[in-house]
Write a protein that binds this ligand. Structure first.
Ligand code: A3P
Length: 260
């Protein structure tokens, strides 16, 4: 959910948002209430769309003139058609599902604009069943992966950005048909590091009222690491996850790295 919408939510302390389904995908009710407007959104050809499953690591400063940079968590089948019709460039960022799950669980806990996640065990099962807002992680990453050869979509991985930020930023520059000198690249790497963004009020969501995002429960910029899932998954959960993953991801060429 965009920062602006979250700020406008009028939730009382300890109150949680309701959810409902849009075409089979769970969504917070403010999204459902404005669905026609979202679906009919008119993209401009020079819009850049950043797309991710929630908690894949695309938080960034948002105040920008045209060309606009827009962000979505929608699965490809719910993307307003205008983006593809107008040929907008899209950057999709995917994160390994185990860290994504852990991050999303903590985000649910601190964010009243999402339903209460219940216990870790309950949330684990809901995530596997895709009974979470924006739907199944597996369908999300596969849907966008399958679309990437038909449309101008640059598909990136959180783990690659952590490991080789300069290389990944260069990929983005090439995709955007832009040139940046080394100095500018180094500045981007510096300002987009986890430690800098954690301190940056434009990126760390501390401007959101405490009734909505309670950073004392879990900070928005939590750990920003690869492999944190190992502190949460039990051996049995890990086995169950891998088994389920094999079935759901069968036949795809998409691969993930869950530790560096
Ligand atoms: P963790 O909860 O694992 O720390 P999003 O930005 O899509 O909401 O995703 C948030 C997740 O990405 C959080 O993960 C957050 O810490 C991580 N993240 C955001 N910016 C990051 C950065 N610059 N470097 C590393 N991780 C980052």
């Amino acid at each position: 959910m965009a920062l602006k919408e979250t700020k406008q939510l009028n939730l009382k302390r300890n109150e949680r948002i309701d959810v409902d389904y849009i075409k089979g995908i769970l969504q917070p009710t403010p999204t459902c209430a404005t669905w026609d407007e979202i679906w009919n959104f008119q993209a401009k050809p020079d819009d850049l769309l950043i797309s991710t499953y929630p908690k894949a690591g695309v938080t960034q400063a948002n105040a920008m003139p045209s060309p606009r940079i827009l962000k979505t968590h929608l699965p490809i089948q719910l993307l307003p058609p205008s983006f593809l019709e107008k040929g907008c460039k899209i950057i999709y960022v995917a994160r390994n599902p185990k860290d994504n799950l852990v991050s999303y669980y903590h985000f649910h806990k601190m964010n009243a604009a999402l339903p209460d996640p219940g216990t870790w065990e309950e949330y684990f099962e809901d995530f596997l069943e895709g009974k979470v807002c924006w739907g199944s992680w597996h369908d999300h990453v596969k849907g966008w992966w399958n679309a990437k050869d038909k449309y101008p979509i640059l598909y990136l991985f959180y783990e690659d950005m952590k490991k080789h930020p300069k290389h990944e930023i260069r990929k983005i520059m090439k995709f955007m048909e832009k040139n940046l000198d080394e100095d500018a690249l180094d500045k981007i790497i510096y300002h987009t590091s986890f430690d800098m963004m954690k301190k940056n009020p434009m990126a760390n969501y501390t401007a959101i009222p405490g009734e909505i995002m309670d950073h004392s429960v879990s900070p928005f910029m939590r750990k920003g690491s690869v492999g944190d899932w190992k502190s949460y998954f039990t051996v049995a959960q890990n086995e169950r996850f891998d088994e389920d993953y094999k079935k759901k991801m069968m036949g795809t060429t998409l691969t993930f790295c869950s530790s560096l």
